[in-house]
Design a protein around this ligand. Structure first.
Ligand SMILES: [Mg+2]
Length: 407
C-alpha cells in the first residue's frame, strides 16, 4: 500500500442514503425529520428505513408487526418500486454528465471511472464529489454519499465513511492511514465466517489485512482473498462493468437466519425477495415470463416449482403467482432453512409510456406521474393525461389533486 503517486487510477462510488425512504420523502416533504419505514408492496415487512428507525433496531426484512412494536410512531409507507426505479434512472443520468463510464451496480449505487475527469471539469476530485452530491440533491431531492479512491473496493469503503451526504477522498498516498480506521469486517466480502476467521488470525483492521503477507491470505481465503488484498492495497483488480449484458435470470434468495416451520415467517421472506426481484426488473426495464420459487429444507434438499406467465414486471401479478407457488410447495411440520424466487425468460420491457422514458423529468414530474397513476387507478384511465402533453393546464392540474385525492 506504499503508493508514491496519488491518482494512478480514480474510481468513484456513489451510494444513495437510505434510498427508498429518501425517495418517499421527495413526495412527502411533510414527513422530513420523522422516522419512515418503507414496506414491501403488500405491507408484510420493512424494506427500507430512515436512520432514526435504524438506530432503534428496525432492520431490513423485519416483519411489519415487529417494527411497529419497536416504533409505533414511525410512518409506515407502502413501497412503490416503479417510482424508485424512475428516481434511480434520473440519478444515473446525472452521473453520466460527469463521465461516460458508469457501472450501475444496484438501484441506488454506482461506480464511475473518474480518470481524466478533473481537467475536464477544472476541479479537484473533492470538488467533483461535492458537485455530484449537490446536483443529485438539487435535481432529484435525495442525498448521496461519494467515495473516491484508486480501486473499486477502496472507493466503496470510502463512500461509507461520511454517510449521509458526505464525500470521502482517499488518494494513493493516504491509503495506509485510511485503512487503520476501517474494521476488517467493513471490507465488502469479509462478513460472516470470513470475519470470524480474521478474528482468529488477529486481523482487526483493514490495515492489518493489507499488511498480512499475500501467501497467508491466499492460504486462508483463496482467490477471493487475494483479489480483495490487492484492491485494499490499492492495486486495481476489479474493472467496472460498463455495459452489463442482459441477465438470463434475476434471483433473490437467502437463508432464513433460523431453521423454522413458521409459515408466516417464511412467507414474509418470500415477499421480501419478490419485492427486490421486481425492483430489479423495473429498474432495468425488463420483464419476466418464467417464475420459480424454491424452499430449502433443513436437510439441504430443495423443493420448488416454476410457472410460465405472459411477460410482465407488474408487482401484484408476480407476487400473486409467487404466493400461489409458495402455497403449493410449502408443507406444514417440515423445517426450512432458506428460500428464494427466480425470474427467468427475461426480455426488454416494450410497454413503456412516454412518461417513463423521458430522461429530462424532474422529481416533481415524477411525483406527478405517481399521483396520476393513483388517480387513474381509482377513476379509470381517461381522467388524467400525461403531464408533458398538458403543459398549459399544469396549473389547473395541480389544483385538482387535493380534490381528487380527498374523495
Ligand atoms: Mg444506499
Amino acid at each position: 500500500m506504499n503508493h508514491t503517486r496519488n491518482w494512478y487510477n480514480a474510481i468513484a462510488h456513489i451510494d444513495a442514503d437510505c434510498f427508498y425512504a429518501s425517495c418517499e420523502l421527495t413526495r412527502r416533504p411533510d414527513l422530513k425529520g420523522q422516522p419512515v419505514c418503507v414496506l414491501s408492496s403488500q405491507d408484510a415487512c420493512v424494506v427500507a428505513k430512515t436512520y432514526d428507525a435504524k438506530a432503534i433496531g428496525i432492520k431490513t426484512g423485519m416483519p411489519v408487526w415487529d417494527a411497529k412494536k419497536l416504533m409505533p410512531h414511525a410512518h409506515f409507507l407502502s413501497a412503490d418500486f416503479r417510482y424508485y426505479g424512475l428516481i434511480s434512472k434520473k440519478m444515473f443520468s446525472i452521473l453520466r454528465r460527469y463521465s461516460p463510464d458508469i457501472e450501475e451496480y444496484s438501484i441506488d449505487e454506482g461506480f464511475v471511472d473518474m480518470n481524466g475527469i478533473r481537467s475536464m471539469w477544472g476541479k479537484s476530485y473533492r470538488g467533483i464529489a461535492d458537485d455530484i452530491r449537490r446536483t443529485v440533491y438539487d435535481e432529484v431531492g435525495i442525498t448521496v454519499s461519494v467515495g473516491i479512491s484508486t480501486t473499486r473496493i477502496l472507493s466503496k469503503i470510502a463512500s461509507e465513511m461520511n454517510k449521509p451526504n458526505g464525500s470521502t477522498i482517499i488518494p494513493g498516498r493516504r491509503i495506509a492511514n485510511f485503512l487503520r480506521e476501517v474494521p476488517v469486517g467493513d471490507i465488502p466480502g469479509i462478513g460472516g465466517s470470513r470475519k470470524q476467521l480474521m478474528k482468529k488470525l488477529r486481523i482487526q483492521t483493514a490495515y492489518d489485512f493489507a499488511s498480512t503477507p499475500i501467501e497467508r491470505i491466499d492460504m486462508v481465503l483463496g482467490k477471493v482473498g487475494v483479489d480483495l488484498w490487492n484492491e485494499i492495497n490499492g492495486n486495481p483488480v476489479f474493472e467496472l462493468e460498463l455495459q452489463p449484458p442482459m441477465p438470463k435470470s434475476i434471483a433473490r434468495t437467502a437463508s432464513l437466519g433460523v431453521v423454522t416451520r413458521d409459515k408466516q415467517l417464511i412467507s414474509s421472506h418470500i415477499t421480501y425477495h419478490t419485492t427486490r426481484m421486481v425492483t430489479e426488473l423495473v429498474r432495468k426495464d425488463l420483464t419476466t415470463s418464467f417464475i420459480s420459487v424454491f424452499l430449502r429444507l433443513k436437510s439441504f434438499e430443495s423443493v420448488g416449482r416454476n410457472v410460465r406467465i405472459t411477460a410482465t414486471n407488474d408487482y401484484s401479478r408476480i407476487n400473486h403467482i409467487v404466493k400461489a407457488i409458495f402455497k403449493h410447495i410449502f408443507r406444514g411440520g417440515i423445517e426450512y432453512r432458506a428460500c428464494g424466487v427466480i425470474a427467468s425468460a427475461i426480455q426488454p420491457d416494450t410497454q413503456q409510456g412516454d412518461l417513463f422514458t423521458n430522461p429530462l423529468q424532474t422529481s416533481k414530474q415524477l411525483a406527478l406521474t405517481k399521483v396520476m397513476d393513483d388517480i387513474n387507478t381509482r377513476f379509470g384511465n381517461q381522467v388524467l393525461r400525461p403531464a408533458n402533453s398538458l403543459k398549459k393546464e399544469a396549473q389547473e392540474m395541480k389544483f385538482q389533486y387535493p380534490l381528487l385525492i380527498a374523495k
